[in-house]
Design a protein around this ligand. Structure first.
Ligand code: UDP
Ligand code: MG
Length: 335
């Protein structure tokens, strides 16, 4: 039998980022409570991070939290994005293991039971790998598929394919993540970077329970760029490749034009060739400057040293110690 490394573990923290989820949140709370009832040997803390919702999400959460002491709420002062919301939850979590799960029930809470089993066997990170994704558009499926593969090709740390943020992490991994201060966060990559013993649990990604995706194309692209740029300097090297390629192309053109002019009576006329060359080179240069800009923008954001998020209110917590928050405001409000 496998040695149970976390035999004495008691508290499980579940972190649920929510942004305008009024249509699903009641059902999510219900299903998480069912999970809690099924895992009787553990204490639970359900940390809902309200990422500046404009709808009734926070109000619904507050109503439920007033009745149930295991529910805690972190209310952001505005929308900071999914990755940052999850980070705030991880920071405040006190559990021996922390589980990240989406609010829209696309990650089935029942899979958490399998994750816990693996954790008890001694794994430090148990991540959900998507076997199948139901109810997603062809476009999202195709882009997600190519993104994970491109990312893996570019990244310096191997990042598991078709894996989102649905995962369980042990306390040592959580503490390591908390020590990582970067502002552009691509959590699944950061967790891979941490190391320890990691294992996958395959699952079928369900359709969104209700409501619409909060990840429009713009945010998806942002996340993809974050993933690539935060985990690799290869784009910079590729831009050198672009430069070399276009320069050698131009070289060939020059040799060709000179040969014609010197050894024959014909020569290349007109501005078409010229324009093409200018546009091509201009394009390549702009792309390379853009790539460079991505990295410089990141350095700029880092040196500003702004807090990663601002919490308007903590609800349901007993206390917020300094190591539990990166927000300048950490007041606990009563429910
Ligand atoms: N989310 C968030 N802040 C955002 C966008 C999304 O906290 O700015 C949450 C959202 O409420 C959900 C999770 O992140 O719990 C995943 O978002 P969504 O389901 O919209 O993304 P998709 O599954 O379509 O990629
Ligand atoms: Mg979703």
């Amino acid at each position: 039998m496998t040695k149970l490394k976390y035999k004495n573990a008691r508290l499980l923290s579940i972190v649920i980022p929510c942004y305008n989820e009024e249509t699903v949140i009641e059902e999510t709370i219900k299903q998480l409570k069912t999970l809690k009832a099924e895992l009787k040997n553990f204490d639970f803390e359900l940390i809902f991070v309200d990422d500046g919702s404009h709808d009734r999400t926070r109000e619904i959460l507050k109503n439920h939290a007033a009745k149930d002491r295991c529910m805690k709420i972190i209310g952001f002062a505005r929308n900071f994005g999914h990755q940052v919301a999850v980070t705030a939850g991880i920071d405040a979590a006190q559990g021996d293991a922390v589980v990240l799960i989406d609010a829209d029930l696309q990650d089935p809470p029942s899979v958490v039971k399998e994750m816990v089993v693996k954790w008890l066997e001694g794994y430090d990170v148990v991540y959900g790998t998507r076997l199948e994704r139901q109810g997603e558009s062809k476009f999202k499926l195709a882009t997600a598929r190519s993104f994970y593969r491109l990312l893996n090709y570019l990244s310096d740390v191997p990042i598991p394919l078709d894996t989102g943020d649905f995962r369980l992490m042990s306390r040592p991994v959580v503490e390591t993540l908390k020590a990582m201060p970067e502002r552009d966060r691509f959590l699944r990559g950061m967790v891979s970077w941490v190391g320890f013993r990691q294992v996958a649990v395959p699952y079928v990604r369900a359709e969104r329970f209700a409501g619409i995706t909060k990840y429009p194309l713009r945010k998806m692209l942002r996340l993809a760029i974050d993933g690539i740029v935060s985990f690799s300097a290869k784009p910079l090297k590729i831009s050198v490749g672009f430069g070399l390629f276009s320069a050698s192309f131009a070289m060939l053109g020059i040799i060709y034009a000179l040969t014609l002019r010197i050894f024959t009576n014909v020569w290349i006329e007109g501005w078409t060739a010229l324009m093409i060359a200018v546009l091509f080179l201009g394009g390549v240069q702009l792309i390379c400057v853009g790539i460079l800009g991505e990295y410089i923008g990141r350095i700029y954001r880092e040196v500003k040293q702004r807090p990663l998020y601002v919490v308007q209110e903590y609800l349901g917590f007993d206390q917020i110690k300094p190591q539990m928050s990166r927000s300048p405001v950490t007041q606990i409000k009563q429910l």
